[in-house]
Design a protein around this ligand. Structure first.
Ligand SMILES: NC(=O)c1ccc[n+]([C@@H]2O[C@H](COP(=O)([O-])OP(=O)(O)OC[C@H]3O[C@@H](n4cnc5c(N)ncnc54)[C@H](O)[C@@H]3O)[C@@H](O)[C@H]2O)c1
Ligand SMILES: CC(C)[C@H](C(=O)O)[C@@H](O)C(=O)O
Ligand SMILES: [Mg+2]
Length: 369
């Protein structure tokens, strides 16, 4: 019997529409193969919404998301909107409010370097003969992104002060730590908490709280790293990590690093989750970890895999369609293993074939069974 799910599709700006269209090819193939009916409501967000409606997050977009089981998001922002007042720009006016409005505090970013892609990684290949698989759990609705006060003022001496405030409540740290420990229990049972507890009050509370939560997960081996050391260790030996848990800003930075060492920023999907419902599913927003890539937008060369794997995460976490999610992940691996490479992954090695966004998506869609 066909199951129906409703999703809101927000392609956004830059490469967003290109990789979103590509992910639709794959979602349609998976829906057909697994008898899933997806009711897709396409809405405007970011710069595209500013251009068409005068604001980055129109009310009808929020209304649509509220009526959906999940949001599939492309990316927002770009040079065209960079000179608008900060709160009217796509990132601060749409993306952050969506995360906050829907309470999407848990951001899962799985950085996987496939064995067949190790040569595309800037990390020395002999260090990662089997690739690696690291899950970054990033807190997404707190920390310096949202803390108050925030702003700027000019003092009597004419000097300008800009203020951002890093705030974490113990309860916010506790809930993201539980998500990370729970994820570690399904993997290799090793969790590294990343902070800056040698300097920041926030991080001292972070570390204390993570240690307390660890008592409920005695099987998980917990370690702590300062963020500067973590950034270094990730490049030195990425396969030494299993799960990372960290705050909003550190997670943003480390996840881009993790994406690149897995081959390309265009490979890293993400799930931003709120609370779990009675069926064990989450309302969530699913998006590539990278951005609108204005430098390559409009050329049909962007890597669609982060968007496609984000759609797979949506099927798993919000729609409960685990078989379809696994089939998409297997199809992505198949396309990579068979040598297909968008430009960001292409190294010229024997057996590689350079393809565009659509060709990559068509190959992935065709491999779904
Ligand atoms: N979730 C989001 O909507 C999101 C995330 C990050 C950045 N942004 C926004 O995107 C805009 C550009 O930011 P940026 O240039 O700092 O970061 P970016 O992530 O857009 O691009 C960084 C580099 O990675 C490359 N890249 C990213 N995704 C790729 C893909 N799928 N395939 C191939 N190459 C890819 C780009 O070409 C670029 O060279 C800014 O407005 C920024 O705020 C949005
Ligand atoms: C665009 C920006 C606000 C966003 C963030 O910093 O969270 C992005 O970099 C990400 O990683 O999702
Ligand atoms: Mg980022």
């Amino acid at each position: 019997m066909s199951k129906t799910h409703r999703i809101t599709v927000l392609a956004g700006d830059g490469i967003g529409p290109e990789v979103m269209d590509a992910s639709m090819l794959v979602l349609d193939a998976a829906s057909k193969a697994f008898s899933i009916t997806l009711d897709k409501d396409v809405q405007l967000v970011g710069g595209a919404a500013i251009d068409a409606k005068g604001c980055p997050l129109p009310q009808e977009t929020i209304d649509s998301c509220e009526q959906s089981d999940a949001i599939l998001f492309g990316s927002v922002g770009g040079p065209k909107w960079e000179n608008l007042p900060p709160d009217e720009q796509p990132e601060r006016g749409a993306l952050l409010p969506l995360r906050s409005h829907f309470g999407l505090f848990a951001n899962l970013r799985p950085g996987v370097c496939l064995p067949s892609l190790t040569h595309a990684s800037p990390v020395k290949n002999e260090l990662i003969p089997n690739g690696f698989d690291v899950l970054c759990v990033r807190e997404l609705t707190g920390g310096i992104y949202f803390g108050q006060p925030k702003g700027r003022h000019t003092g009597e001496d004419g000097d300008i002060t800009a203020i951002d405030t890093m705030v974490y409540k113990k309860s916010e740290i506790e809930r993201i730590a539980r998500i990370a420990f729970t994820a570690a229990m399904t993997r290799d049972k090793r969790l590294t908490s990343v902070d800056k507890a040698n300097v920041l009050q926030n991080s001292i509370l972070w570390r204390e709280t993570v240690i307390e939560v660890a008592k409920d997960f005695p099987e998980v081996e917990l370690s702590h790293l300062y963020v500067d050391n973590a950034a270094m260790q990730l490049v030195k030996q990425p396969d030494a990590f299993d799960v990372l848990v960290t705050g909003n800003l550190f997670g943003d930075i480390l996840s881009d690093e993790m994406a690149m060492i897995s081959g390309s920023l265009g490979m890293l999907p993400s799930a931003s989750l709120g609370s779990q419902n009675d069926n064990g599913l989450y309302f969530g927003m699913y998006e590539p970890s990278g951005g609108s890539a204005p430098d390559i937008a409009g050329q049909g060369i962007a890597n669609p895999i982060a968007q496609i794997l984000s759609a797979a995460m949506m099927l798993r976490y919000s729609l409960g369609e685990n078989d379809a999610a696994s089939a998409i992940e297997a199809a992505v691996n198949h396309a990579i293993d068979s040598g297909l490479r968008t430009g960001d992954l292409f190294t010229g090695k024997d057996g590689e074939k350079k393809v565009g966004t659509v060709e990559m998506a068509e190959a992935i869609a065709a491999a779904i069974s």
